[in-house]
Design a protein around this ligand. Structure first.
Ligand SMILES: *[C@@H]1O[C@H](CO)[C@@H](O)[C@H](O)[C@H]1NC(C)=O
Length: 269
């Protein structure tokens, strides 16, 4: 019996205890029924467990998005169904839409200089282009990342647009921002990446920056910081940055505002 239960029990027997000489110890009192929990049948217990599992995975996802779990390699096995449901149901879409709404409000509020140096940076994978068709075949992040297999997918050039990002992209362009694409993809995938971007509806950008040979071996945070430093040296003012990884957004020469898109499937340091 925990202390709280003990207090309840004492309170419940107190009126009787005043008139009874038999009670020497509260635990001996037979009438402690108010402490009994309602009995649950098996189905109810199972449901509770599923609900609890769902809440545990929601809690895990919040920790992922808040960057409290870094680094992590694969999604927890117990959350495999949860992540699948999140990605393919409405919630991922709602979360993307929310980021898009806030980024749009901010973009419209910025007074641009208009000298061609007002920049908005976009990451590519899981930001402009969706690799969901690939991850659907690989457990939505349950399988350990395999770069050979992923490259084969990239080389098909068939990744669809993240719709909300395409809307933001068009909006920031029409507002007069210069769009810069900064991706962890390798320089050798430039051709197919351009082809894929055009196919998905992204038509105009100032720069498409990919990892060159000297960038290999750097973490994404360092590589992207280096590239942002260079942009700032070139005179760009980085006013907005959209990415699904914290490594797209954190480091040096950070954007005035950063917008983190949801991604519970993988983590890039
Ligand atoms: C990655 O995938 C390739 C091609 O399917 C396979 O040959 C290789 O063994 C895989 N690597 C790992 C570490 O699983």
């Amino acid at each position: 019996m925990n202390p709280l239960e003990r207090i309840f029990l004492l309170l419940s027997i107190l009126p009787f205890a005043c008139f009874s000489q038999e009670i020497s110890h509260p635990d001996a009192f037979p009438g402690a029924i108010i402490l009994q929990l309602p009995e649950r049948n098996e189905a109810q217990l199972k449901k509770l467990t599923l609900e609890e599992a769902h809440l545990q995975c929601t809690s895990w996802r919040v920790a992922v998005e808040a960057n409290n779990l870094s680094p992590w390699k694969t999604i927890p096995e117990d959350c495999a169904d949860y992540v699948k449901e999140y990605m393919t149901g409405n919630v991922y879409e709602f979360d993307l839409q929310r980021v898009y709404n806030e980024a749009g409000i901010y973009a419209r509020s910025v007074n641009l200089n208009g000298d061609g140096k007002d920049a908005w940076i976009f990451d590519v994978d899981e930001t402009l282009l969706s690799n969901l068709p690939y991850y659907a075949e690989h457990g939505y992040g349950l399988e350990m990342f395999n770069s050979t297999k992923f490259d084969q997918w990239v080389e098909t050039g068939t990744a669809p647009a993240v719709e909300s990002s395409l809307k933001l992209y068009e909006e920031v362009l029409s507002l007069g921002f210069k769009v810069i694409l900064l991706t962890g993809r390798s320089e050798r995938h430039r051709g197919i990446t351009v082809e894929n971007l055009l196919r998905a509806g992204f038509r105009e950008w100032d720069k498409l920056i990919l990892r060159s040979s000297e960038d290999h071996g750097k973490t994404a945070t360092v590589y992207k910081s280096d590239k942002r430093n260079e942009l700032v040296e070139e005179g760009y003012r980085i006013l907005g940055n959209s990415g699904d990884q914290w490594s797209d957004l954190l480091g040096s020469s950070m954007s005035k505002r950063s917008f983190k898109l949801p991604n519970p499937m993988y983590y890039i340091p």
